[in-house]
Design a protein around this ligand. Sequence first.
Ligand code: FE2
Length: 390
Amino acid sequence: MSTAPPEEPTEADTAWDARRSWRVRPTLPGGDYHLPEVWDLERERVFATSWVCVGREEEVAPGSYVARELAGESILVVGSPEGHARAFFNVCPHRGTRLLDGSGILESGRIVCPHDGWAFDAEGALVDAPNVGRGAPGAAGRALWPVGVGAWEGFFFANLDGDREPLQVYLQRNPEGDPTPHIAAWRMADLRIAHRIDYEVAANWKILVENYSECLHCPTVHPELVRLVPLFRKGMVEEGDGAELAEGATTLTASGTSNRPPLPGLEGRDRHVYLGNHIHPTLMINLHSDCVMTYRLEPTGPRHTRVVSEYLFHPDTIARSDFDPSDIVAFWDVVSRQDWAVCEREQLGVSSRAYARGGVYPYNDHSVVDFNERYVADMHPGASRTRPLR
Ligand SMILES: [Fe+2]
């Protein structure tokens, strides 16, 4: 008597197995979201050792600079005449004065201290020290303190710890996995910024990352979004290769469509998905068929985060006479403000004494757990990653 061969497990079977074997995890303790001493330790153990996205390469043309905040430090990213970027602490090595603000063109290609006129070239070397002499004792050999800088997909990243761990190696151990294979088709290095919105959010940066990493809140908080992304209505996030859009939708606008052509290189399913990526610690990349929208978090303290949201398009699309990004900007602005409002409410609750020992993660929060485990590994190397659930 013959028996039928066992059927291959379906995707639904695998998802159910994962859900059934899930061990409920505790969140981080409440204090991790508001205590000044935790923020001070994060500045050392997360932000001073990670590759942190600080902008797009297009912002630093040869001979120009941008000053960016990196968790309480100001850094300068400078475009050298040869076209490569260098980064430095925004601090004069004479008396510690903040050197430059905002962005602009370097006078004669030099970084000049507004305090004493000490001047540095785009490589950070001291080239002038008025009334002292650059070769005089105390000035000779002085240079700007360097910061590691690296580029990936048109983003530039800074590392206060230098470049001991190459950026590509760092990306390979991203908590969600190496993002490069999933997003290569979007060819983000070719895209340019067409719109930017800065948001000031009264919430800890980790609350924003965690909110981004789960969709249990989507049916409640985002009625417009779940209409276009059916998976989100079920409280699920995509796994690796994106969430399919509703029938007929190609992007995230009120109509689900736009007059912009798909980005070059996108074929088939990639023209009908939304894909969200978190790059540890503070970059989120939202991929659509016609646009890439990014959130870059600039934490300013334990209870506040500035969010820089930029909309990237192909230069040929930006050059069209009918180019108008307001449809996708309007849609995401609504979704973003919905998120910031609920994050600010979460900030109020996590500071309660009732929440000192934290809350709980059911299965749908598994991406949040991946982020938390990496955070704990950064903050407390060698510590046990799994606290008991109370
Ligand atoms: Fe959300």
